[in-house]
Design a binder for this molecule. Structure first.
Ligand code: DON
Length: 564
């Protein structure tokens, strides 16, 4: 596996032409992550002579320990990497469907989707990709051995980390599921209930699993003891994993999606994330308007119409590129963009069901993002997930690995919404060894003067959050503005603009309503009292000012650090 991938990665780094202006190095390094302990680990690794890629390994594994509801060894994600010479790659560590998966595996006798199977327990778990990415990054991009980069997370797993309000919220959200499996409850609950703030969560088995990954360069996880522990636990719980699923897991090295928006070079996620294509498509449509000169309600109308059209294409065309052919160049072509733009009426909403597409019945979780810039100019934007908070809820026996529930990102039935209300078609139907379509959108933005590294969790809303941040970058604002912007979102279906309480004023809501838009002020995307969504982690290097900025979303508990 590694030999083949090695060749691939060198090929990419040789083929891709550098973007402009790489002679200069940043005056400071920067890190923004969703957890202060993970940011600290990143600082330690950079301080110990590691580069951005070493820091990414250390941060990913630390988040796997201290933010267990968001990402982990039992999940996957996308790492957008750029070296100091400006060459980009995306490491695709997305989960795969086990070989015994089948198209209709979540349908009951009446043909209805059983979401408890696709979102909870052993059948909801795809084959994890994160460990493969950590090993790969260490081998090909890092300077330090895994014994050094994984050491901080092993320590946090052994010594424990303290429960926060955020931990409590997500544990409460999935309490019943966490109570279902003793292997899970004994780690993540206290006396079978949500632990109090300050309670220390120790994960000794996970520490051992991490140690073995460092020692065997991942062999233990994909072919050794850990593989066996996980497969046994999944099978005992009624799942379909086989040892061969883990053995056959392949990390993929992909060429990022790139484009240009008003002079900003955009480098972003490739399929199996829909994020990059949808983001570029929205930006392409919007490049036909002078948004800075458009009054606010009108601007939101145009942005929403762009969102609607790009998410429609997501639903119809997108899936794992190794299984379906996505017409990327056509979707991002000038001709097609012009056609989409000309279908937008300046003062009337286009009902989604009048666009040719997918008919549906009507019907938001967890993930993490971090951004890194080192002093050589190497960059990492990584969005990692186990999908819903605490994933499948199943800790796979003695491995201590909490498994994902990424299988719910497939379209279990064409036209039926998943947990994020997203619908899909044949392109994202379940098949053995296939990767479910994602919305994760780690992104770099670059002009001659400014470089941005950003991304966020948030399910289907990830892509529109990155869009709003990109528009704010274009407007000349800095990371603290992008991460705290009030957000609004449209995803084609349901045909509704969802917005944070202060994102759309009463007057604007009236204007948009009169245009025919249906609006919904968010109460809570998670079934709790959360009316705000996302957890963006962003960095900007201003080359003219010779200054680096970093910001962590005020909605979360993360921390950003600029390191002199
Ligand atoms: O890959 C995806 O698009 C989803 N599994 C991401 C889930 C997510 O962001 C949940 N976070 N709040």
């Amino acid at each position: 596996m590694h030999q083949k991938l090695l060749t691939l990665s060198y090929a990419f780094f040789l083929i891709l032409t550098p973007v402009s202006g790489h002679s200069q190095s940043p005056p400071s390094a920067a890190i923004a992550t969703a957890h202060p302990l993970a940011t600290k680990v990143g600082e330690q690794i950079l301080g110990a002579g590691g580069n951005a890629f070493d820091a990414a390994i250390a941060i990913s594994s630390a988040l796997a320990v201290v933010e267990p509801y968001s990402s982990g060894l039992g999940g996957g994600g996308f790492f957008l990497l750029q070296n100091k010479d400006g060459d980009n790659v995306m490491l695709d560590a997305r989960e795969t469907a086990p070989a015994k998966s089948s198209r209709d595996m979540y349908l009951d006798k009446e043909g209805k989707v059983n979401t408890s199977l696709s979102m909870e327990g052993p059948l909801s778990a795809g084959i994890p990709g994160l460990p493969a990415a950590l090993v790969y990054m260490a081998k090909h991009f890092g300077r330090l051995p895994l014994s050094v980069t994984l050491a901080p997370s092993i320590k946090y797993a052994q010594d424990g980390f303290e429960v926060t309000e955020r931990y409590r919220r997500w544990a409460q959200f999935r309490l019943k599921l966490l109570q279902r499996y003793p292997s899970t409850a004994q780690i993540f609950l206290h006396q079978n209930q949500v632990p109090p703030v300050g309670w220390v969560i120790k994960q000794h088995q996970l520490a051992r699993t991490l140690e073995k990954i460092a020692k065997t360069e991942g062999h233990s996880f994909y072919q050794g003891d850990t593989a066996k522990q996980m497969v046994d636990a999944v099978r005992d719980a009624g799942g379909i994993w086989q040892l061969s699923d883990l053995k056959n897991y392949q990390l993929k090295v992909r060429e990022p999606v790139t484009g240009n928006y008003n002079g900003i070079k955009v480098t972003t996620a490739a399929p199996p994330s829909s994020g990059g294509i949808v983001l570029m498509s929205m930006l392409n449509i919007l490049s036909g308007y002078d948004l800075d000169k458009t009054e606010p309600a009108q601007k939101k109308h145009l942005v929403v119409e762009a969102m609607r059209r790009a998410y429609r294409d997501r639903a119809i065309y997108m899936g794992d590129p190794d299984f379906v052919q996505i017409p990327t160049s056509r979707l991002l072509s000038k001709e097609y963009t012009d056609r989409l733009r000309s279908s937008i009426e300046s003062t009337i909403a286009t009902p989604s069901n009048t666009l040719p597409g997918i008919k549906t019945k009507d019907s938001s979780h967890h993930t993490t993002h971090f951004s890194i810039l080192d002093k050589s100019g190497n960059r990492v934007a990584a969005t990692l997930t186990i999908n819903y908070p605490f994933g499948s809820g199943l800790v796979a026996g003695d491995s201590g690995v909490l498994l994902n529930d990424e299988m719910d990102d497939f379209s279990a039935k064409p036209g039926e919404p998943n947990a994020y209300g997203l619908i899909g078609a044949e392109a994202n139907a379940i098949a053995a060894n296939k990767r479910p379509l994602s919305s994760m959108t780690p992104t770099f933005l670059e002009t001659d003067d400014r470089v941005a590294i950003l991304g966020t969790p948030g399910g289907s809303r990830i892509i529109t959050m990155v869009l709003l941040a990109a528009l704010d970058f274009k407007a000349g604002n800095k990371p603290d503005s992008w991460v705290s912007l009030s957000r609004y979102h449209h995803q084609y279906l349901p045909d509704i603009i969802f917005y944070e309480p202060d994102a759309i004023s009463e007057d604007e809501a009236k204007t948009l309503g009169a245009m025919g838009h249906e609006l919904k002020k968010l109460q809570s995307p998670y079934g709790d009292n959360q009316a705000r969504y996302g957890n963006m982690q962003a960095i900007m290097w201003d080359k003219k000012e010779n200054k680096v900025y970093a910001a962590s979303d005020p909605r979360g508990e993360g921390s950003a650090s600029v390191i002199k």
